[in-house]
Design a protein around this ligand. Structure first.
Ligand code: GRF
Length: 197
């Protein structure tokens, strides 16, 4: 049974989808911890499902590295097999990535390598494209530059706002994420194997 820790910063709708999937006994992974870099609303989902959670407020630390060290300690205490970033709006310090890589994956609301970074939805709208997407990638030291594990195209509709487009993207992200975690748990998807060309 794959032990998964999830890191969030926001509403945690993707986290909730994982919690619901993992509450099915046939799903080969379980969430062992939920962490946040602030008092994220999504932590309530962990409480509802009885999953331990922790908060490492970025604002409480003098530097990103000190924050990262505290986050790494909390994550290590949960001893996860996989770390999922799902709405964590912080770049992880190199030390955290190095500690858990390649068993760290991230969901992103764009069709990477298009529109990386913290505003993928807003950037796609601003670019005037007629389609964007959702992606699940392995986290490396770059900004959304890791190997792509799954992605899917999503239309941008006339009149879309950042919110309407993001809400159309999120269900696709959740479906991709749940499937990628399942495939990692079954061994079908190996993160330490070189990506198949
Ligand atoms: C998701 O689209 C995620 O990819 C992005 O922020 C959003 C988080 O949404 N980084 P939620 O907190 O899971 O509702």
């Amino acid at each position: 049974m794959l032990k998964v820790a999830v890191l969030i910063s926001g509403t945690g709708s993707n986290l909730r989808a994982l919690l619901e999937a993992a509450s099915d006994p046939s799903y080969p992974a379980r969430i062992v911890a939920v962490g946040a870099d602030r008092a994220a609303a999504g932590l309530a989902h962990a409480d509802e499902f009885g999953i331990p959670s922790f908060t490492v407020p970025f604002a409480d630390f003098a530097s990103r590295d000190e924050w990262g060290e505290a986050l790494e300690r909390e994550l290590a205490a949960a001893a996860p097999d996989l770390v999922v970033l799902s709405g964590l709006m912080r770049l992880l310090p190199r030390g955290v990535v190095a500690r858990f890589a390649p068993q760290i994956i991230n969901t992103h609301p764009a069709y990477l390598p298009e529109f990386p970074g913290a505003h993928g939805v807003r950037d796609a709208l601003a670019a005037g494209v007629d389609q964007t997407g959702a992606s699940v990638i392995v986290v490396d030291d770059g900004v959304d530059t890791g190997p792509i594990l799954a992605q899917e195209r999503i239309p941008v509709l006339p009149g879309d706002t950042e919110d309407t487009l993001h809400e159309r993207i999120k269900p696709v992200e959740r479906r991709l994420l749940i499937d990628v975690v399942r495939r990692i748990a079954t061994g079908e998807l190996r993160l330490d194997a070189p990506a198949i060309p």
